[in-house]
Design a protein around this ligand. Structure first.
Ligand code: AMP
Length: 440
């Protein structure tokens, strides 16, 4: 090695390869089958229940989340990607989508449509949380929102939709459900909760001490040490519900019983966002014995005052649900759901030599346009390799085009099962193959 190449070697080593940001993941083609399965399931269930798709911007004014999710929540306090754009506007990469859907409902005057307006979304969300298994800084949610009705059947319907969708994907799930009442009934309960936890102030962690003054409901889903015992004797919100909320909750439960959706009443479930009222729920994966796993697959609840809070019409009641796509895919893999990596094909095109490859570009396109499921390997030269690929992908037919066939205007059809081959006229090959496939 001479001095020059020595130097080049050193320079090369110094070049840092770019890396994706922490908590931001690529979805490489090998995983695409899982994403397609979840996207298809989401689209199908939403369409079946007459939800219309809404595509929302990723960037929103920061105030939208401050006014909806709430200033004292973890999301707004410390997890948002907020910055000033070049025109000095404070903007945020959406950490969730319910606020945006509510904004869109008001902005597009959807209150003039037949109510409830039912919408679904699928897309990226951004939260600057500490990444760990199943928790990313960019993740995807599939969500459903029904705005403009207080009917408890919608609460139940949404839960049933999520349950059926997960069932279809091979994921066993269970719902944790609670009611946190209206703002008024909650106010009294919160006073009671604060006075209960104040007795144990010394035992609380710093985080929980802060919650006690800023967001006492969050004490109920605190996972800090020693809290489980303290919580066990804490006043329960269900005992403080107003009559209407109680009735609403009972009706939701009856509908779930009717539909045989597995659920568990969880008096400590409050969810971390300010806008929730009445029904709140979380979806967790369960194993064959019904044991819950840690990470939630999704969650949701009613937000009966959010529309009004954002300047929309009073008493526009609503309910929504969001599911974590990465978490669903993880659950599918945990549950042993295996999806084929490659799409199924019927025909594999093999070529030998330059002229065949050139002609192959046209032949391949003719098959594709005719709607035949065909694959190729133009990058490969050997016939043996190409036939092996056809075999691996379980193709029914292989087409073989060599130098001689190009000159004669013919092509070989090979039946992959029997190994039998037939030379046919190139002009007729699409028809013949379609007949052969249709006839099988
Ligand atoms: P949330 O509204 O925060 O309960 O989010 C609803 C669902 O989105 C959760 O149940 C998770 O499945 C998913 N999710 C929330 N945050 C993350 C995250 N940081 N990474 C991956 N999935 C998440």
């Amino acid at each position: 090695m001479n001095a020059q190449s020595d130097k080049e070697e050193v320079v090369k080593k110094k070049i840092k390869t770019p890396q994706s940001l922490r908590g931001f993941k690529d979805v490489v083609p090998e995983h695409e089958a899982y994403w397609n399965a979840v996207e298809d399931a989401a689209r199908n269930v939403a369409t079946d229940y007459s939800f219309g798709r809404i595509r929302l911007p990723i960037l929103e004014p920061t105030t939208l989340f401050e006014r909806s999710v709430g200033k004292a929540t973890d999301i707004v306090e410390k997890e948002m990607y907020t910055f000033k754009d070049p025109s000095e506007a404070r903007v945020t990469m959406r950490p969730e989508a319910t606020a945006s859907v509510a904004r869109a409902y008001i902005e597009h005057g959807m209150l003039n449509k037949p109510q409830p307006v039912k919408m679904w979304y699928f897309g990226q969300m951004f939260r600057h949380d500490r990444p760990q298994a199943g928790r990313y800084r960019q993740f995807h949610q599939f969500g459903l929102e029904a705005i403009g009705s207080a009917d408890p059947i919608l609460d139940a319907q949404m839960i049933i939709m999520a349950h059926r969708m997960l069932q279809g994907l091979g994921v066993k799930s269970k719902f944790l459900i609670n009611s946190i009442g209206t703002e008024d009934s909650r106010r009294e309960y919160i006073m009671e909760l604060v006075s209960y936890f104040k007795q144990f102030r010394k035992k609380l962690s710093d985080v929980d001490k802060k919650r006690l003054t800023k967001n006492p409901l969050r004490l109920l889903d605190s996972k800090e040490e020693g809290m489980a015992e303290l919580k066990a004797d804490a006043p329960q919100i269900l005992d403080w519900l107003d009559e209407d909320s109680k009735q609403h909750f009972m009706t939701v439960i009856e509908y779930l019983d009717e539909a045989e959706v597995p659920y568990e009443l969880d008096p400590f479930l409050v969810r971390g966002l300010d806008y929730y009222t009445r029904t709140v729920f979380e979806i967790v994966q369960v194993d064959d014995e019904g044991v819950k796993s840690q990470n939630a697959l999704g969650g949701g609840g009613r937000y009966d005052t959010l529309i009004e809070q954002l300047g929309g019409r009073e008493d526009t009641h609503a309910i929504g649900l969001a599911m974590g796509v990465e978490r669903i895919i993880r659950a599918m893999k945990n549950q042993g759901v295996v999806l084929p990596k490659d799409r199924e094909i019927d025909v594999f095109f093999c070529q030998l030599g330059d002229a065949a490859r050139r002609k192959g570009l046209v032949v391949f396109e003719e098959f594709r346009t005719a709607g035949v499921k065909i694959a190729e390997a133009f990058g490969k030269g050997s016939l043996k390799t190409q036939l092996e690929m056809a075999d691996k992908r379980k193709s029914k037919i292989a087409l073989i085009l060599g130098q001689k066939e190009v000159l004669d205007g013919t092509i070989i059809i090979r039946d992959m099962e029997s190994g039998g081959q037939e030379i046919v006229n190139m002009d007729k090959v699409v028809d013949l193959v379609q007949k052969q496939l249709g006839g099988k």
